[in-house]
Design a protein around this ligand. Structure first.
Ligand SMILES: [Zn+2]
Ligand SMILES: [Zn+2]
Length: 148
């Protein structure tokens, strides 16, 4: 008996496959927000109620680490990090406390996306409804055992 053809699927690969699958199923209603709540003053995060009845929620730190701009995307690809996963902290003798990024400005981009300007100065991320729906963190979208 040969074990050829059996390969270890990393968590990231499994996640990408899950993302791809969920992308296939997206309808117009699934990527059309009905209600968007951005808790900017409270600094907690953002919630979206979609037209198909689905609900998504993210905290700001997660969203900052899931920035879809080319620079952040490439950086995550290189270090094999899923959207939302923070960069590994450099080991220092005296770690400095870094406040989690908060949005200072959120502007709609046409009808399809939101642009976040973060407290760390980064502002090239355009979060499309399609992207946000694909990175939904609810139990239904993130199957058990698949971490994002
Ligand atoms: Zn970015
Ligand atoms: Zn979901």
């Amino acid at each position: 008996m040969s074990h050829e053809g059996i390969r270890i699927v990393s968590e990231n690969e499994a996640r990408r496959a899950a993302l791809f699958e969920s992308k296939q199923k997206l309808t117009t209603d699934a990527v059309t927000p009905q209600k968007v709540r951005v808790h900017k003053t409270e600094g907690t995060g953002m919630e979206i109620d979609w037209r198909d009845g689905h609900k998504s929620a993210w905290n700001f730190a997660w969203l900052r680490n899931a920035c879809p701009c080319a620079t952040c995307h490439d950086e995550r690809e290189k270090s094999d990090r899923a959207p939302g996963v923070p960069k590994p902290q450099p080991i220092t003798l005296l770690p400095l406390y870094e406040a989690p990024a908060r949005p200072v400005e959120i502007t709609p981009v046409g009808k399809y996306a939101l642009r976040f300007k973060w407290s760390d100065g980064h502002e090239s991320g355009i979060y499309s409804w399609d992207y946000l729906r694909r990175v939904c963190l609810c139990a239904e979208c993130v199957p058990l055992g698949v971490t994002r």
